[in-house]
Design a protein around this ligand. Sequence first.
Ligand code: 13P
Ligand code: 13P
Ligand code: MG
Ligand code: MG
Length: 367
Amino acid sequence: MKVTLSIIKADIGSIGGHIKPSQKVVEAVESHVKKFGKTLFIDSFIEYTGDDIAILLTHKRGAGNKEIHKLCWDALYSGADVAKKQGLYGAGQDLLVDAFSGNIKGMGPQVAEIEMEERGAESFLMFCADKTEPGAFNLPLYLGFCDPMHNAGLLLSPAVKKGYKFVIMDVEHTIKDKVIELHSPEEIYDIAVLLRDNGKYIVESVWSRASGEQVVAASTTRLHNIAGKYVGKDDPVMLVRTQKDFPATGEILSPYTIGHYVAGFMRGSHNGPLMPVKKNSTISYFDGPPIVSCMAFCVQNGKLTEPADAFDHPYWDYVRNNVSQKAEWIRRQGFSGPGMLPMSELEYTGVTDTLKILEKRFTVREK
Ligand code: 13P
Ligand code: 13P
Ligand code: MG
Ligand code: MG
């Protein structure tokens, strides 16, 4: 059976700064989806990661479907109303426009969707990240699909060994979608050349070369490219199908052991290590660290199992401790060098305003 998985996620307001949404806001989103979506989708799941609420829907309407997108938009809008009434911080933050106009992409929320022919046993992962940007998934995807140090299937499974097609987007090009297709394994160095730049080149999708099926869909929205100025970080979402011709779940999870440094720590203006966390985790130290959650599901005829929380395991407690130490290491150098993001990525105008004033006080000395 052909089924579409859609994740739509947004920050519509949170408690105590940017920590987590209130229970009432989550309930408002959930009850809107259940009340008005009955005839539109087959199954649903709602959670939060830091201050972002994610809606997962299964349905038969394909990717980019107007009714599905409108349902999620309206649900988030009704949640934002509750957030406003409760006086939550940043109420409606990611809902950048007032009126829905056909497709939620480009309107603020993050979107990832896959339309697929369900396999006999269809397992997939739902990733949600907060206090970071879509490029945070670049390195884990590269390692999970191209590196046998993480993906043992590249050595052990003939189907996995055939490699994958990466569709990569240049997100600085905002007028139209500018994309390139590159193939592993023969082009892995070209893939790496692009994926090292998390702010510009982002993996949009990955496809199996053994079966031609889509394995990954990741969100590519960068709000400051849309709004023309910084309006918050673009906390991304991603769907990854696993097993058989695709990497195993554990191979996709393996790179998250690194806690690689990503953009998005405090005020969306610092680098910090990406911490794998459990469902409904909150934000704390230095408005971070950047976090990622992962819910594993099986789906049959569009019906979801309950999620298995992939980072809820003693192994990841050990990783979280290491990542905390990496967070402390980079925070010790404060604003210096890689601690803070380059000027083009800063969420605030304070630095450029100050530089303009100081520029006038510079004098040029004769040599
Ligand atoms: P304000 O500048 O709105 O207080 O937000 C600061 C912050 O929490 C990071 O975006
Ligand atoms: P969010 O984009 O998750 O709201 O984070 C804002 C921020 O930068 C907090 O310091
Ligand atoms: Mg927020
Ligand atoms: Mg957020």
